[in-house]
Design a binder for this molecule. Sequence first.
Ligand code: ZN
Length: 144
Amino acid sequence: MSDQPQHCTCYECAHTYGFLGAEPHPGICPACGSRAVSFSGQVELVDPEDVDGDERDEVADLGLVNVVHVWGRDATDRPLSWHVDLVGTCQQPTLRHVRIGDRRVLPRAECWSDDLVPDVVRDAVRERTGSELVVPKGKGSRDR
Ligand SMILES: [Zn+2]
């Protein structure tokens, strides 16, 4: 019930814009038309069996064992996934990338936003691994 504009980021061209309105925003960048923008509305997790075959096969082809995948979609039905590696002897779940449609956003990307890892995803990772998800952030803009 807020009339504050929702702050949106495009993960394709790093354009940021405000969206004013109660509806879930349409999830398209006004600058470049990409759909790789901030999630819209509530993110829901998706059962792996309900995920489109192509992406699931792609993940299976990697043949990785120490990997956790969380699948989801947002209010505009964009397919989302979070790729988590189990790192080191402690098998620490560590975020590798977030996939929005066919676009991958790395935690170290310039346009990274914490909104990309909603609580439902952290909860799902904790449930499956017993550990807290680590997001290895390292924005390049303040490294001098
Ligand atoms: Zn854009």
